[in-house]
Design a protein around this ligand. Sequence first.
Ligand code: ISL
Ligand code: CA
Length: 546
Amino acid sequence: MNQRTWYKEAIVYQIYPRSFKDSNGDGVGDLRGVIQKLDYINSLGVDAVWLNPIYKSPNDDGGYDISDYLSIQPEFGTMQDFDELLLELHQRGLKLIMDLVLNHSSDEHPWFIESKKSKTNPYRDFYFWKQGKENAPPNNWPSFFGGSAWQLDETTGEYYLHLFSKKQPDLNWENAALRAEVYKLMEFWLKKGVDGLRLDVISAISKRTDFPNTDTLDFNETIRKYYSNGPRLKEFIAETRSKVLDQFPHVMTVGEGPGITPQNALDYLHEEDGLNMIFHFGHMFMDQGAGGRFDPIAWTMKDFKQVFKTWDDAFKKQGWGSIFLGNHDFARMVSRWGNDGVHWQKSSKLLITLLLSMRGTTFVFQGDEIGMTNTTLHSIAESKDIETQNGWLDAKRRGESEAEFLKKANYSGRDNARTPMQWTAMEDGGFSSGNPWMPLNKNTTKINVAQQESDNTSILSYFKEMAYLKKNNHALTYGSYQLLEVEDDRIFAYYRQEEKEKFMVVLNFSNESLNFPIAHKATKVIGNYDDVSAILRPWEALIYKF
Ligand code: ISL
Ligand code: CA
């Protein structure tokens, strides 16, 4: 596991292009906007950029419904803009990770348009078509976005499978011709010189083709048992390696995977024929009840710490972890794990300390480097997200009120992460000169890049210091991880050690002052309070070096 590679040392900055920077005033962030902000990105001390999907798409699910894998969404720009972006990144020594969605396409993709024409169409078998059962879908699978995972299509009277929205039919990887097409499109982007791929819901590409009914009402268990980790998964991943990826040995892959567990993770990661990393959701699903995202349950710091320990243990001998505390699918990290009120600044810095000192490749989501917070929807109509809109339809059927559902959506909905980037204190946040596709968080007047760039005590300045510390101390990348204070429900503390280089990280995840003995031989190398104190203050974060 200690074999050194660029991607293990990398800090990856995730950009949600629609909300990053609008260059032409149409209210939608775009590739030229990213180009305009390259010096900013570079100033963070990150190594790579992960771009959420930028391909042609009807945009039913934020671009995760692709209608042409080989062209750029016109709202985002042109292929020329893309090539320029890649070149400009590379000139700055930054790498590019593309987001490929290979589990499903858009229903407007030519393959699906053909597929639905007739039962004998040559593309029929690129998707999953089944007869219904007595006027009902082929089985009882629920979709991620509410309702059944099957949609009846009038033309042939059969149902097609869509684990996500009905505009995202699942691709049939059993079909060799489909797989050959997928490998071609992967090659297209890799030949352009892209440095990495994030593979969306890769855990679900191998289906249980007998489509058994799910026997549980727990959605995350349904994912684990029925949607993910299918019988041919390893074989399909191995084939992408031998047919495509092995020609590009410098390229890194990170598989996104609801349903991946510490027990089966290594199946995805074999050195010879697997991926380099996966995203697991141990901590991200910790506060979800049986109903999934809109069924919040209580969580404890002990559970949270246990997730990091379990996953670190899983990769002790083999494999490599990824560390993230938020992305475009979840609430803002400071609103979720920190305190976005009085302790907003301290707790943002504490979470950044965790992100950049835990073993695994760091992925930081745009805006988290300045402590962007959750937004507030006042009605479901304000939501831009299909998951929230459909979730509400389900909730309404269960008899919930809009106010009740809104509370949950405001806690865990994806809109929280997708408000435009806050560049300046102006009302438009410096995001767009036009009408933004989604309103900015009102707190852009206080929380913004311009202010934090000119303040050396800001969250942004702290982020840069942490990035520098990680880059210059390999123990923070490769060193072993040892959890301390396992039973404590407020303090998260651990050692990171490689040979003689040893660090202790201490994080107070609470609004209270606490006692914590610090070994006296250690020197403080970074912290979010500038003076020292005998006690651990609210949301205090410290790193000591021995
Ligand atoms: O957010 C989740 C839990 O409610 C995840 O299960 C998430 O939906 C899942 O990991 C898949 O996410 C990815 O694929 C989706 C897309 O909507 C997400 O934005 C993407 O990250 C379908 O392509
Ligand atoms: Ca634009």
